[in-house]
Design a protein around this ligand. Structure first.
Ligand code: BEZ
Length: 258
């Protein structure tokens, strides 16, 4: 906790690359489901700093990365200057020409307007085009979210009202996809306990990177205090042998545009 710094901007690309490489490292598994082919046109929706976009490009596909955070796009362009990256929003992006596939790793739990995102994805694909995604599913980070809520409510911050996350069940998300003209051919919800980098500082780093909206109304001293309370609450269940383990649950979906 000594080096705690809650980023002032919502997405801190340096903190993301330095301490949260697991986000794209786990995402490499999802690439097997995408199975990109040379010459295919593929959108990486919520590309972050571009590591998985680059893997798709390496397969010979014509890939385009979009992310709503300008800091992430700036870093992605710096990392991979030969790939096209743009700032765009998952809930209302548009493409010039229909695509073969839309790929999305660890992003759609930030998009509460799931219907709008699915509509954008649908209109961006060719008939027969595939949508391959993984994100936080029902029950994701339940222990962390409960600790956050109780620590914040103790200082009169209405945590539920500030909650930026959407963690649907398979049934809920598959229904949304089917309603908008997708055939869901694969869906899985699974626990993926995720070790956080940096030993004892891991939970504070995670909160600084991913839960900063909850803390924005607090002074630095209050933020440190709240994070200490969360750590104490979670230590018995999520801290093992010097490493914090986040209680992630992923939903993985493959759907085809009809
Ligand atoms: C996730 O990848 O599941 C996640 C990341 C940050 C905040 C919430 C969920």
């Amino acid at each position: 906790m000594n080096n705690l710094s809650i980023p002032k901007n919502y997405w801190d690309a340096a903190l993301y690359e330095d301490k949260h490489a697991f986000v794209w490292q786990y995402g490499e598994d999802l690439l097997k489901f995408l199975n990109p082919q040379p010459g295919e046109s593929i959108l990486d929706l919520g590309c972050g700093t571009g590591q998985l976009t680059e893997k798709i490009a390496q397969a010979g596909a014509d890939v385009w990365g979009i992310d709503s955070a300008p800091a992430m796009i700036e870093k992605a362009r710096e990392n991979y200057p030969d790939i096209r990256f743009d700032v765009a929003n998952a809930a209302n992006f548009q493409v010039g020409k229909p695509l073969d596939a839309v790929f999305s790793n660890a992003v759609l739990h930030w998009v509460k307007e799931a219907d709008s995102a699915i509509a954008s994805i649908h209109q961006s694909l060719k008939p027969g085009g595939r949508f391959v995604a993984e994100f936080g599913g029902k029950g994701n980070i339940k222990a962390i979210a409960t600790a956050l809520e109780s620590a914040l409510e103790a200082v009169n911050i209405p945590a539920q009202a500030l909650n930026p996350w959407y963690f649907p069940s398979i049934a809920e998300y598959a229904s949304l996809l089917e309603q908008q003209g997708f055939d869901v051919i694969y869906a899985m919800l699974f626990a993926r306990p995720t070790p956080l980098a940096d030993g004892e500082a891991g939970m504070a780093n995670w909160i600084g990177m991913f839960a900063s909206t909850f803390l924005a109304g607090l002074s630095s001293e209050q933020q440190i205090q709240v994070i200490r309370v969360i750590e104490e609450y979670l230590k018995p269940t999520l801290y093992r042998q010097g490493t914090w383990i986040a209680d992630y649950r992923r939903i993985r979906i493959v759907a085809i545009k009809l």
